[in-house]
Write a protein that binds this ligand. Structure first.
Ligand SMILES: O=C(O)C[C@H](O)C(=O)O
Ligand code: SF4
Length: 516
């Protein structure tokens, strides 16, 4: 290969690496402004305001540490536009190199799991991954867009086939008003599980796959742009306004800010099909784009940099003016200590906790635990880890994962091993609530996406078990200090999540009448 070609590819690889690193660690300008607006909307002293404070703090830490904003660095999806004549195969190869390097440098969590064997490839490459879509265009430079959309919010995507019946809203027909109902419902059903306050991209029409593609394409629009289609512009505005009356709030804690942006696209459909596809994105809305010189491989321009940039550095901290109790917890915890905790209490954990998520919960149903879990705390978390020069593990990012996936196992596992507290985000269901009451346990809600904030509370990694499940799924033994979370389900049958779901359904039902 000639020197010119080599240096083009090397420069291109560096440019793509920078895109990946920047997307994972530095939240775009338009998203920062939306989060700032949410902060201003919340009342001081509420759980939602405190969570947004932590989120803002986390954004600063991620930028300063050049470390992932959230530990789930998503499924890297690239959209590339090239001038006629540019070699797309080379770009694909270079993207893969950049992804592998970014994973080694802990800018990305190894997130590519073999769907049949469950084994993690370790480098974010795998069948069909990363997702790369090419298009040609008439311009003379290359444009690369990247979105890192995590699994928790991806799980809250939803596709409606009209006509349909919707909880709280009744019949949704094949017209603009039916579309309106589907979109409102999509926001409501996400509750706090996709790390609200979120953003949605909506695709009207197409088939099942092109409809979702269209929805995801909307996530590349700027938060503050205006839809050129007047009807859709009105609908976008309406959805944001009404969704923010649901009272779901940040993390589903209740509050004013539930949805920070809604972007709707439309395409033709088949006569028999009428899909409304909704792609839900968490507050950690990581998407970025660059223009690249097609001769040199250098970055010419970064997108999403327009307008005022909020640094979140000099923000005033919201005072805890609520009458929530702050309780210090240290494992092993007794049943009496747990029974004293009530929904709304804030806990500060110091000492030992163990991570355990999907693979561990499945494993523990039919195996012994590798450590004594009696009185212990299980943290639903799949961290980003790195080895330092001495070969010791260090935590690079460690926020909670969505707990509801463990609902089939959690109660049984708590009882089997004597676990007293489980911590994650988004809450759990009736089976776990009943087990907490019977056995004497609590559910603690940490702030989703605050991966830098929590990594900072982890003082040491003291061991790891079941590493065969891969880094995110292994059981890490952690020593923490002042690790803060909120009791959202207690041992007396109370669940903040059940309450918020019920009250927000009442709010949703107010919008059953025709509007469009
Ligand atoms: O996989 C994770 O760490 C988190 C996930 O994105 C989630 O929201 O549950
Ligand atoms: S943990 Fe929350 S912020 Fe992170 S990817 Fe999942 S939904 Fe997004």
């Amino acid at each position: 290969m000639s020197q010119v070609a080599t240096s083009y590819l090397q420069t291109l690889e560096k440019s793509l690496y920078d895109l990946v690193s920047e997307t994972s660690t530095n939240l775009p300008t338009d998203v920062r402004r939306a989060i700032k607006k949410a902060k201003e909307a919340e009342n001081a002293g509420t759980r939602a305001a405190m969570s947004l404070d932590t989120i803002a703090n986390n954004i600063v830490m991620a930028e300063d540490n050049v470390s992932p904003i959230c530990q789930d660095t998503g499924l890297p999806t690239f959209k590339v536009k090239t001038p006629v004549g540019v070699n797309q195969l080379e770009i694909k190869a270079v993207i893969k190199n950049a992804i592998v390097q970014a994973t080694k440098d802990a800018k990305l969590r190894p997130n590519a799991v073999d769907s049949l064997s469950g084994s993690n490839s370790g480098d974010n490459l795998g069948d069909g991954l990363p997702v790369i879509k090419f298009e040609q265009w008439e311009k003379d430079y290359i444009e690369v867009k990247l979105i890192l959309k995590g699994g928790g919010c991806e799980n809250k995507n939803i596709q409606y086939s009209l006509p349909c019946e919707l909880e709280g809203l009744g019949r949704a027909g094949r017209d603009l008003d039916g579309i309106r109902k589907c979109i409102l419902h999509s926001v409501w059903q996400a509750q706090g599980q996709g790390c609200s306050a979120g953003f949605i991209g909506v695709g009207i029409g197409g088939d099942r796959s092109s409809g979702y593609d269209l929805a995801k394409e909307q996530l590349f629009r700027h938060v503050d742009d205006v839809n050129p289609n007047e009807d859709l512009a009105k609908l976008e505005e309406y959805i944001v306004e009404k969704s923010n009356t649901f009272g779901v709030g940040t993390m589903g804690f209740g509050g004013e800010a539930t949805l920070l942006g809604c972007k709707i696209g439309v395409m033709h459909r088949l006569p028999a099909s009428f899909f409304v596809s909704v792609a839900y994105n968490c507050w950690a809305y990581r998407r970025m784009a660059i223009d690249i010189n097609a001769q040199t491989g250098e970055i010419m321009n970064w997108h999403y940099t327009e307008g005022e940039r909020i640094s979140f550095r000099d923000e005033e901290k919201a005072e805890n003016t609520s009458d929530n109790k702050v309780v210090e917890l240290k494992a092993p915890i007794t049943e009496e200590q747990i029974r004293e905790l009530k929904v709304g209490d804030v806990v500060k954990i110091s000492g030992r906790m163990y991570t355990g998520r999907d693979a561990i919960h499945h494993h523990l149903m039919s195996h012994d635990a590798p450590v004594d879990l009696n009185g212990q705390i299980i943290y639903h978390c799949g961290p980003v880890m790195a080895k330092d020069e001495e070969g010791n593990w260090t935590v690079k990012a460690a926020g909670p994962t969505t707990s509801i996936r463990e609902e089939p196992y959690q109660g049984d596992i708590m009882k089997k091993f004597g676990i007293r507290a489980v911590m994650g985000k988004g809450g759990m269901g009736p089976k776990t609530l009943a087990a907490l009451k019977e056995h004497g346990g609590v559910y603690l809600n940490a702030i989703g996406g605050a991966a830098q904030y929590y990594a900072d509370c982890i003082k040491s990694v003291d061991g790891v078990d079941l590493m065969e499940f891969g880094i995110p799924e292994a059981m890490w033994h952690l020593t923490v200090q002042d690790f803060t979370a909120v009791v959202t389900m207690d041992s007396h049958g109370n669940s903040l999540h059940a309450d918020v779901e019920k009250s927000s359904l009442e709010k949703l039902s107010q919008y059953a009448e025709r509007v469009f």
